[in-house]
Design a protein around this ligand. Structure first.
Ligand SMILES: Cc1ncc(COP(=O)(O)O)c(C=O)c1O
Length: 376
C-alpha cells in the first residue's frame, strides 16, 4: 500500500549518486575500496570517538560488540525489554542470558534503578538502547556500571545526532553500535558501525568481521564471520554523513511542530529534557487510552498516513517469555498506547499539522486543533 505520508523515507540529496558511480566506474563494489576507511574515519570524527569498524547491519554490529567483549555462554546481560528485538537477539547469539529491565515513564529509556535491582554475580554487561533518538540517563548508568565492574554497551541504532550533556551517545560506554538501515537518520541501505575508544576492541572487530584472517593470506586463527560493509554502502554513508546537520535540523523542526500541535491535548509527545539533545529518529506519541490506539492507526491509514506501533516488550514474546514472569508495567503501558508518526526529513510543517490534526480529530479533541489545516 502506498501512503501520502509514509513513516519514513531516506533523505538523499547530496553526493550519494556521485560516490556510488565512482564505485561502479572503478569496479570497487565489494568490501574493499577507499570509501570504507573514509566513512569509518569521518564517522568516528563526527561522534568524537577514537575508532570505528563498519559492518553490514546494526544487528551484526551488536553481535560484533559482544564478540569483541568476549561475552561467554551463561553470562547475564541486562537489557531493556522495551527495545527492538535485535538488542536482545545479539545476547542469544552468544549463548548469554538476557535479563530484562523496565523503562522510565517520562523518557521511555532504560530504568537505572531496575538495572541496579537486576545485577547479580553473573552480570557481565548492560546493553542500553537510546530509543527513538532519546538518550538514556548516562549520569546514573555510567557510575552504576563502573562501581559494579560491568561492561557498558550502547545500542545507538536509533540515535545518531543524540547528545547527553553535550557528549554524543556512543562515547560513554566500552563499545557502541549504530545501524544505517533505510529508515535511519543516515542510511547506507543496510549497514552498521561498531565504535569504541578502546583500540583493542576495534582491532578485534576488524579481525572478526574478516573471517578471522591473520596477516598470512588465507590463514585464520579464530572462527570469524563475514560481516563486512561494501564500498558502495560506505560511499552512500559518507555522502549521508556530509548532510547530517541539515537532516537533523529538518527532523528537529518536525518534532517541534508535532510538540506544539499536541500542546494542551491529551496526546503525550516524546520530546527532550534540559540535559539531552534528542535526534528525533522517530517522532512518537502516546494516546491516552490504549483501546483507541489501533483504531486510530486504522483511521490514519484510511487517510493515507502510515504509522507504526511502538515496540512490543521483548519479554512478552514466546521466544523470550520463558525467561521471566515479571510484569514490566511501564514498557507494557508505552507499548500499548504508543505510535510512531511520519518522521522523514522531507515533511513540511504543513504536512505535520495535517497529520497532527487528524490525530487530534480522532481522539475527539477537535477544539484543540491547531495550525492552518483544520477540518471542515
Ligand atoms: C535499537 C535497535 N537496535 C538494533 C537494530 C538493528 O539494526 P539493523 O536493522 O541495521 O540490523 C535496530 C534497527 O532498527 C534498532 O532499532
Amino acid at each position: 500500500m502506498s501512503f501520502n505520508y509514509p513513516v519514513y523515507m531516506p533523505y538523499m540529496k547530496g553526493n550519494e549518486k556521485k560516490y556510488v558511480n565512482e564505485c561502479l566506474d572503478s569496479t570497487w563494489i565489494s568490501s574493499k575500496g577507499k570509501y570504507i576507511e573514509l566513512f569509518e574515519h569521518s564517522f568516528s570524527e563526527y561522534l568524537g570517538v577514537k575508532y570505528a569498524c563498519s559492518v553490514n547491519n546494526g544487528t551484526t554490529a551488536l553481535h560484533m560488540a559482544l564478540l569483541a567483549l568476549d561475552i561467554k555462554p551463561g553470562d547475564e546481560i541486562i537489557v531493556p525489554t522495551f527495545t527492538y528485538i535485535a538488542s536482545v537477539n545479539a545476547i542469544s547469539y552468544m549463548g548469554a542470558v538476557p535479563v530484562f529491565v523496565d523503562s522510565i515513564k517520562e523518557t521511555w529509556q532504560i530504568d537505572p534503578e531496575d538495572v541496579k535491582r537486576k545485577i547479580t554475580a553473573k552480570t557481565k554487561a548492560v546493553i542500553i538502547v537510546h530509543l527513538y533518538g532519546h538518550p538514556c540517563d548516562m549520569d546514573a548508568i555510567v557510575p552504576l556500571c563502573k562501581d559494579n565492574n560491568i561492561l557498558l554497551v550502547e545500542d545507538c541504532a536509533e540515535a545518531i545526532g543524540s547528545y547527553y550533556k553535550g557528549k554524543h551517545v556512543g562515547c560513554f560506554g566500552d563499545i557502541a553500535t549504530f545501524s544505517f538501515f533505510g529508515n535511519k537518520t543516515i542510511t547506507t541501505g543496510e549497514g552498521g558501525m561498531v565504535v569504541s575508544n578502546n583500540e583493542n576492541l576495534i582491532t578485534r572487530s576488524h579481525h572478526i568481521k574478516n573471517q578471522g584472517v591473520t596477516s598470512i593470506q588465507y590463514w585464520h586463527d579464530i572462527i570469524g564471520y563475514n560481516y563486512r560493509m561494501t564500498n558502495i554502502c560506505a560511499a552512500i554513508g559518507l555522502a549521508q554523513l556530509e548532510q547530517i546537520e541539515h537532516i537533523l535540523q529538518l527532523k528537529k523542526t518536525i518534532a517541534e511542530t508535532y510538540r506544539k500541535a499536541f500542546l494542551n491535548t491529551d496526546i503525550e509527545f516524546l520530546y527532550e529534557n534540559d540535559v539531552v539533545v534528542n535526534s528525533f529518529w522517530m517522532c512518537s506519541c502516546l494516546i491516552k487510552s490504549a483501546n483507541q490506539r489501533d483504531q486510530l492507526r486504522d483511521f490514519l491509514q484510511q487517510q493515507g498516513i502510515e504509522t507504526r506501533p511502538l515496540f512490543y516488550p521483548v519479554h512478552s514474546m514466546p521466544i523470550y517469555n520463558y525467561l521471566t514472569s515479571e510484569d514490566f508495567p511501564i514498557a507494557n503501558n508505552l507499548s500499548t498506547r504508543g505510535i510512531n508518526l511520519p518522521s522523514y526529513p522531507g515533511l513540511t510543517e504543513e504536512d505535520v499539522y495535517v497529520i497532527a490534526n487528524k490525530i487530534i480529530q480522532f481522539v475527539n479533541c477537535n477544539e484543540y486543533a491547531v495550525g492552518s489545516y483544520n477540518y471542515v
